[in-house]
Ligand binder design. Structure first.
Ligand SMILES: [Zn+2]
Ligand SMILES: [Zn+2]
Length: 125
């Protein structure tokens, strides 16, 4: 369970400090960790695309732990994300690469236009 920290119980010794996103401690990166997950829409040498567990929308993650991919890489990642959304979903998407919670590893969410979360989005069969 890669995202277990999301469900972490607040016992007397495990109350996370507010605003402290890095509950793993050290320099563990959530996106590098998540790269071991198996349920992906797409993967290649450059990136992988999976559903973001907290947002419920597909997101593309660059395989390199770096916040600033070159423009051409970024464009390719966005293109691949669009293809995945087009293939698996029926919503009109916008690219959101504002990296709120993990600012040091490039990733971009495909969010529904005018929305943020994607829970309950209709999928194509
Ligand atoms: Zn990383
Ligand atoms: Zn997300």
């Amino acid at each position: 369970m890669q995202w277990a920290h999301m469900l972490q119980k607040c016992g007397p010794h495990s109350i996370p400090k507010s605003g402290d996103m890095n509950i793993f401690g050290g320099d563990a990166c959530e996106l590098c960790e998540a790269a071991r997950m198996s349920e992906w829409f797409f993967e290649d040498d450059e990136c992988w695309i999976a559903e973001c567990e907290s947002c419920g929308v597909p997101m593309v993650v660059w395989r390199t732990h770096d916040p600033h991919p070159p423009e051409d890489v970024k464009q390719r990642l966005h293109d691949k994300l669009e293809i995945v959304v087009d293939t698996h979903f029926e919503f009109e998407m916008r690219i959101d690469d504002n990296m709120r919670t993990i600012p040091d590893h490039y990733h971009a969410h495909a969010r529904p236009k005018g929305g943020f979360y994607g829970h309950g989005l209709r999928r194509k069969n």
